[in-house]
Design a protein around this ligand. Structure first.
Ligand code: SF4
Ligand code: SF4
Ligand code: SF4
Length: 461
């Protein structure tokens, strides 16, 4: 199951009108004297401290060292800037490796109607100890903690060594999350994951009733999964913020969207503190009419542009009185901001590239993102589109850092960050877009213009 988070440095105040250049961990700001601060919650009474950036006497914007470190702001780094009305966002420099997805196996013990495994021809396998050993030594070479998610197209707990892998990653200081279907989460594995120090356990639940769940997740039984999560919760050491955190991942489609409110309540009762909702990427003709984003890809609502009509909505109660008028306002043909945030903030933004991620398949193949680890078929605007895998190298033959710094791969990440691709997700479609090998701008493979992850339509935890 593929289900990512973006990483921006958001800076409030007035838009900057000049180029920022990091020098010795500083951002140089010329021709501006505005005082600038990073946004956060207020003081010690809340959970996030306000952080400040300052402009020094030479016009250079200085950020707190921990922020510079977190986002890889080393000398020479270039940061893409996006300006909005009252703030601007600095994107993570593409040179900063911060996250890794590891696919322990692409085997799965169940058979979801939504799974890309239904429509592919890919060798099924389990990551060998030797391949994982290469990943560990590569991580030692990186020399700093990364965010690592055990996730791919398969069930991680179907691999007999996944818990041991997590323990080894945690021993090196990495932050580790895992996405599971929850079926194999017995007491022994639950204890193992907790002792290994897993940070977040994500469980995919696509229905709030046994019938609706079984309709999608063939071979799995909801009451059993709920029992597994409840036991996992009981086994955690009691704390104000117990670890591992529990997250629920939900793939929304026509047949289950009505379950969402009940699932949120159910998740809360299970101790879940995070919820990640994604749309469906149909992998078969039967599923293509299940999508809930037929108009969203072209909707002005999500399209920030100074040339479009604009509607600025405030915070408001969502209840029986306001639901219908708000829905009508959202779909009335205006670009919408809600409480100052544009609803279309994630157009043409690849959350994997933005978060400094790379993905490694079970066989050691490295790719820019989990979707490019395996060739797979999806449906876009009703037509079939093949996403051909894009393998950058194999950890058994090339080091992670060697691949990461490869000029061709750095240029690709810059291309993705600028999103210099033809707009296939919103265009009606043509034969060129039947796969990701090029587009009508003649971009080289992989051409990401047809990727729904980059439009925040498909999301991963
Ligand atoms: S849990 Fe379902 S979606 Fe995930 S890999 Fe298994 S069959 Fe596919
Ligand atoms: S390649 Fe060009 S014409 Fe074809 S679907 Fe993409 S944007 Fe449209
Ligand atoms: S935009 Fe490109 S790199 Fe990003 S998820 Fe899509 S295919 Fe992968």
């Amino acid at each position: 199951m593929l289900l990512a988070k973006s990483a921006f440095i958001s800076v409030n105040q007035r838009p900057m009108n000049d180029i920022l250049q990091p020098r010795n961990g500083r951002l140089s700001l010329t021709n501006s004297s505005h005082s600038t601060h990073t946004d956060g919650m207020d003081d010690e009474t809340t959970f996030m401290k306000t952080q400040w950036a300052e402009v020094d006497e030479n016009g250079r914007l200085t950020l707190p060292p921990e922020v510079a470190q977190q986002f890889g702001l080393t000398p020479g780094a270039r940061l893409r800037i996006e300006t909005e009305r009252n703030n601007f966002r600095l994107h993570r420099p593409v040179t900063h490796l911060a996250k890794l997805y590891i696919e322990a196996t692409n085997h799965c013990n169940i058979d979801c109607a939504t799974c890309m495994r239904n429509n592919w021809d890919v060798e099924i396998g389990f990551m060998s100890e030797e391949t994982f050993g290469h990943i560990l030594s590569n991580l030692e070479e990186v020399g700093r903690p990364l965010d690592i998610t055990m996730m791919g197209i398969g069930e991680p707990l179907a691999h007999p060594r996944t818990i041991e892998m997590i323990a080894q990653l945690k021993a090196l200081g990495h932050r580790v999350e895992m996405v599971t279907n929850g079926t194999l989460l017995n007491e022994k594995r639950a204890r193992g994951l907790i002792e290994a120090g897993l940070d977040v356990l994500w469980v995919s639940i696509d229905g709030a009733t046994p019938e609706n769940f079984a309709d999608i997740r063939l071979g799995a039984y909801l009451p059993k999964i709920l029992e597994n999560i409840r036991r996992f919760r009981r086994l955690r050491r009691p704390a104000h913020h117990p670890v591992p955190e529990i997250g629920i991942a939900f793939v929304a489609m026509k047949r289950n969207i009505n379950d969402l409110p009940e699932l949120l309540a159910l998740g809360k009762s299970l101790g879940a503190t995070r919820f990640s909702v994604s749309n469906l990427l149909p992998h078969s003709a039967e599923m293509k009419d299940e999508i809930l984003y037929k108009r969203s890809l072209n909707s002005i609502t999500y399209l920030p542009s100074p040339w479009l009509r604009h509607l600025d909505l405030p915070k408001m109660d969502f209840n029986e009185l306001t639901a219908e008028p708000i829905i009508k306002a959202l779909s009335s043909g205006y670009n919408v901001t809600l409480a100052g945030n544009n609803l279309g903030g994630a157009n043409n933004v690849c959350t994997f590239i933005e978060s400094g991620a790379m993905a490694i398949g079970w066989n050691g193949n490295m790719a820019p993102c989990p979707p490019l680890v395996h060739t797979h078929v999806g449906y876009l605007q009703g037509y079939e589109r093949t996403s051909i895998k894009h393998i950058l190298g194999n950890v058994r033959e090339r080091s992670l850092l060697d691949v990461w710094h490869d000029p061709e791969y750095v240029a690709y990440r810059e291309r993705v960050q600028q999103f210099a691709f033809a707009p296939c997700t919103s265009c009606g479609g043509c034969e060129i877009a039947w796969d990701n090998q090029t587009d009508c701008y003649s971009r080289p493979a992989p051409a990401c213009g047809g990727c729904l992850w980059a439009q925040a339509v498909i999301q991963c935890p």
